[in-house]
Design a binder for this molecule. Structure first.
Ligand SMILES: C[S@@+](CC[C@H](N)C(=O)[O-])C[C@H]1O[C@@H](n2cnc3c(N)ncnc32)[C@H](O)[C@@H]1O
Length: 398
């Protein structure tokens, strides 16, 4: 198989990671803790789902009355339109329905709705879900699903990883509330970063965190080829743990308003073990800011711009800090780079040189030319050193 086919196949499979009930429950509970009426009288849309067995649909249908929802809508994508089509089987649930259609089952999306008691048992729950085939394939970009988006209040899902940017833009153009799963790297996408900087979007509760020693873990299709250390079989279901994954939202939660407890710069330098043997508070060579290698080392008393790891976002409290930019190209208008380099040394945080050190990378590494591609640099004894990690630029709010 050609290299590009292989990576297409990999991408396709990544679009089929299914979320665990416990992850959905833990996340939604945090919004409910902050505002118990957060879902009251709301129409919740769960697009890019697979309502026959998705935990999103199950969770919201089971809690319909509890959350005082107005309406739940959940839609799925037709198997023939998916990048990953293997292993599809019609469920008993679909096949036994009077409106089952063997022509439509592979080419049409499905819609599940819940807004009233259909069974007559006096309550509204998962038993009252009604379903039908969509007119189209359920692509979130289609007119049909856009219409559902426009009539909903909150959009909640784990969208296909390969279409994250498009999916977020789709939500933002309709100005909707959302709670979605995405990759941590999305923070510095040029479409995403301005939203974070302007507090139009933030990280949810679980973001790039291990819980019980594990990264966020998803169900994958039964015929998924298991490899590597982060895959497992749980009750016969194949699962995969993925690093750097988390929730993004524009709905408020309590963690966002807890201030980070910090020490002064002097106390950090004296007592903070994490700072030893690191570039502690050095001024960058090419930005008017200091390097802070770990979030917990942010000095409480520094008034100017600081470069911090992107994992800071998980601790970000907009009343305590202002985000000014990021080292990624297109994200630092407010903290412009003051120099550009062609020749540099690149170092990891532990001080080791990376394989991708550029230019001549010799003892005489110096400033040349204007390629401007690189992140940030610290000038140490006239050797230019670049950290291999991206940085966010922040400042205390006083
Ligand atoms: C990452 S999975 C998550 C599924 C489910 N929301 C969950 O978390 O359990 C994304 C789903 O979106 C579907 N999908 C892919 N492209 C899509 C598109 N353009 N429009 C709608 N759904 C799509 C995939 O086939 C897959 O079922």
């Amino acid at each position: 198989m050609a290299q590009s086919d292989l990576s297409d196949a990999k991408k396709a499979r990544k679009d089929e990671f299914y979320t665990q009930y416990s992850d959905i429950q833990r996340e939604m509970n945090a919004y409910l803790e902050y505002d118990p009426k957060v879902f009251k009288d709301k129409t919740v849309l769960l697009p890019c789902d697979d309502p026959e067995w998705s935990n999103f649909t199950k969770f919201f249908a089971q809690n319909f009355e509890n959350f005082e929802l107005k309406k739940l809508i959940s839609t799925s994508y037709a198997v023939e339109s998916k990048l990953y089509k293997e292993g599809y089987q019609v469920t008993m649930f679909e096949e036994s329905a009077p409106h089952y259609d063997s022509n439509k089952t592979r080419i049409k999306g499905k819609i599940f709705t819940l807004d009233h008691d259909t069974t007559g048992d006096g309550k509204i729950d998962v038993e009252d879900l009604q379903w039908n085939y969509l007119k189209g394939d359920g692509d979130f970009r289609s007119k049909e699903i856009k219409k559902l988006r426009d009539e909903s209040d909150i959009i909640i899902t784990n969208p296909p990883f390969s279409l994250f940017r498009e999916f977020l833009a789709w939500i933002m153009e309709a100005n909707k509330k959302f709670i979605i799963i995405g990759n941590m790297n999305a923070i510095t996408y040029k479409e995403v970063f301005p939203l974070i900087k302007n507090n139009q979007m933030w990280t949810g509760i679980r973001f790039n965190q291990r819980v019980n020693g594990k990264n966020m873990t998803f169900y994958v299709p039964d015929n998924y080829n298991l490899s590597g250390t982060e895959v497992e079989v749980n009750n016969g279901k194949k699962m995969i743990s993925v690093a750097g994954i988390g929730w993004y939202t524009n709905i408020d939660h309590g963690r966002r308003h807890q201030p980070l407890k910090l020490m002064t710069m002097a106390d950090n330098l004296k007592f903070n073990k994490k700072l030893k043997s690191k570039e502690s508070y050095d001024k960058y060579d090419n930005y008017d800011a200091i390097e802070v290698p770990f979030t917990e080392c942010i000095p409480s008393d520094y008034e100017d711009v600081m470069g911090v790891p992107i994992s800071f976002l998980n601790k970000y409290n907009p009343e305590q800090f202002e985000i000014l930019g990021a080292t990624q190209r297109g994200c630092h208008d407010n903290v412009p780079d003051t120099k550009k380099y062609n020749d540099y040394w690149e170092m990891k945080q532990n001080g080791e040189r990376t394989g991708s050190s550029g230019g001549k990378t010799n003892e005489n590494a110096n400033l040349l030319g204007n390629d401007g591609k690189k992140n940030y640099f610290i000038n140490k004894e006239d050797r230019i050193i670049q950290s291999a990690y991206q940085r966010l630029f922040i400042k205390h709010r006083r």
